[in-house]
Design a protein around this ligand. Structure first.
Ligand code: NDP
Length: 238
């Protein structure tokens, strides 16, 4: 019998990450679910159990870089491998003129959206390489390549994330690990409502629709690497 794939999802407490965790569970994968909100993770766990699948809950703040290091060690000891990473957690930070952005807010936005992903790569890389088909995807945003006024810290973090992940993908020569970027585009979540309060949420795709495409990037069948996959383009091609 083949073992279920073990996939770590950051930002699994709500929005796109939560939907991704549920999609993975429905296809029989074991999800390691990360977010700060313990209660929301417990609710996710109830739903995953109801599906008949399994989750490992890790309530933690991704700004805790030592915690990420420990997470890597625990995954190694408990499972000896990791098959996939959906690096989805993110924060919008402060939208507004860069000149008036508080340094702490700037640093937090970089810490969650960029630095945490470096620490995840560092801590999980050795266990991903133990998988027979390691697949990773990092969730970015259109503003990384098309920066606009008032989105300073967020777009700087996402642009850094893209450069970091594409470089990492390139380092995998002769290794089976795949690393891609996924841009969901405007998606009906709490983050989007904060960013675009005047928008009709029903005019944009649901987290569930977007997550269905996102999780394909951590399946064994995914052969691409070093690519940016835009949800809008994928949906238009269907
Ligand atoms: P949400 O705000 O709905 O969810 C964000 C998730 O990240 C939550 O589960 C949250 O959990 C987690 N998170 C935030 N900060 C931390 C932290 N310090 N430590 C651990 N977990 C954290 O956002 P979306 O679902 O909309 O966004 C998901 C991804 O998609 C993000 O990377 C975002 O930048 C990107 N994106 C979204 C778009 C959209 O329109 N929605 C458009 C383009 C990109 P908790 O608060 O419990 O810690």
């Amino acid at each position: 019998m083949t073992q279920p794939r073990l996939i770590l999802v950051t930002g699994a407490s709500r929005g796109i990450g939560r939907s991704a965790a549920l999609h993975l569970a429905r296809q029989g994968d074991v999800v390691i679910a990360i977010a700060r909100s313990k209660l929301a993770l417990e609710k996710l766990d109830d739903e995953i159990r109801a599906i008949g699948s399994e989750a490992v809950l890790v309530p933690m703040d991704l700004k805790d870089t030592k915690g990420i290091e420990t997470l890597g060690k625990v995954i190694g000891e408990k499972f000896g491998r990791l098959d996939g990473l959906v690096a989805n957690a993110g924060i919008l930070g402060t939208l507004g003129p860069l000149e008036t952005c508080g340094p702490r807010s700037f640093e937090e936005t970089i810490a969650v959206n960029l630095t945490a992903n470096f620490h995840l790569i560092r801590a999980l890389g050795p266990w991903l390489h133990k998988s027979d088909a390691p697949r990773t995807v990092f969730v970015t945003s259109g503003v990384a390549r098309h920066p606009r006024a008032f989105w300073g810290p967020y777009q700087a973090a996402k642009a850094g994330l893209e450069a970091m992940v594409l470089g990492w993908a390139d380092e995998q020569e002769n290794l089976s690990l795949r690393a891609n970027l996924f841009n969901p585009g405007g998606t009906r979540t709490a983050m989007r409502a904060d960013a675009m309060p005047g928008e009709d949420p029903m005019s944009i795709p649901s987290a569930d629709d977007v997550a269905a495409e996102l999780v394909k990037l951590v399946s064994k069948d995914e052969t691409r690497t070093g690519q940016l996959i835009n949800y809008r383009e994928v949906a238009a091609a269907h």
